[in-house]
Ligand binder design. Structure first.
Ligand code: PLP
Length: 252
């Protein structure tokens, strides 16, 4: 499927209960169950919502991923990625990073013992020199905000794979129309959908898309998706309202 077709159709099925062509806004907290655990895939809105699922499938298709998880903001999505790691682990991040992303890594997660270092990744050889045994995640933002610096995603991913390190790419500024980091070897893509994906400056939203395939890591990308979805359910739901999700879906 070409990009425009995916943007319009991926994940958007006529509603089975009414035949509505456009995904309705499902404004419900709970779903009926025929018997305990016997339901149509939806139990409780903190974990599943059909409007949100449609957007997640659409975004997964646009980034050529196997799964996507929507969040109340880009930083909530980043928070779920970082929570895959533990105190003592290190994030190596590009040195010209969106200020909020930097502050979350340093001020919030630093307090819990996660280490972050911000390095020049514009020459990928620098990355190879900087990796140390605690490095568990490489964080790329390209183009960067605010300087629009460019990192060679494929070169970074080749180095990361050699060392068994996960790569997350913040693709907010390029959008999936111009760049698909999963195709270049990244494991997770992040969007602040508040920007180009939302497109109209009226919704704050974030999402993660994960890659299908090889369980190269202890946390294979699909397993990561499950863990990140669990983290969203535990703490990060506010803002992922079916209404804001629907307004993004309608524009893609
Ligand atoms: C590149 C980039 N990543 C992440 C974020 C954070 O996203 P949000 O404001 O949706 O939390 C921003 C916000 O400006 C951004 O520009």
């Amino acid at each position: 499927m070409k990009f425009a077709t995916k943007a319009i159709h991926a994940g958007v099925e006529p509603d089975p209960s009414t035949g509505a062509v456009m995904t309705p806004i499902f404004q419900t907290s709970t779903y009926v169950q025929e018997a305990p655990g016997k339901h149509k895939g939806f139990e409780y809105a903190r974990t599943q919502n059909p409007t949100r699922s449609a957007l997640e499938k659409n975004l997964a298709a646009l980034e050529n991923g196997c799964d996507a998880i929507c969040f109340g903001s880009g930083l909530a999505a980043q928070d779920a990625v970082i929570k895959l790691f533990a105190s003592g682990d290190e994030i190596l991040a590009v040195n010209d990073l969106y200020g909020g992303s930097y502050r979350q890594m340093v001020r919030v997660w630093g307090q819990w013992g996660l280490k972050s270092r911000f390095i020049d990744m514009y020459n990928p050889e620098n990355l190879e020199r900087e990796i140390d045994p605690d490095t568990k995640l490489i964080w790329v933002e390209t183009p960067t905000n605010p300087m629009l610096n460019i990192v060679d995603i494929a070169a970074v991913c080749r180095i990361a794979q050699k060392h068994g390190i996960m790569v997350c790419v913040d693709n907010t500024f390029a959008s999936p129309y111009l760049q698909n980091p999963l195709d270049l070897g990244a494991d997770i893509v992040l969007h602040s959908a508040t920007k180009y994906i939302g497109g109209h400056s009226d919704v704050v939203h974030g999402c993660l898309i994960v890659k299908d395939g090889a369980a190269r890591y202890k946390n294979s990308p699909p397993a990561c998706a499950a863990r990140m979805r669990e983290r969203r359910s535990c703490s990060q739901l506010p803002g992922v309202s079916p209404k804001s999700v629907k307004s993004i879906l309608a524009r893609l």
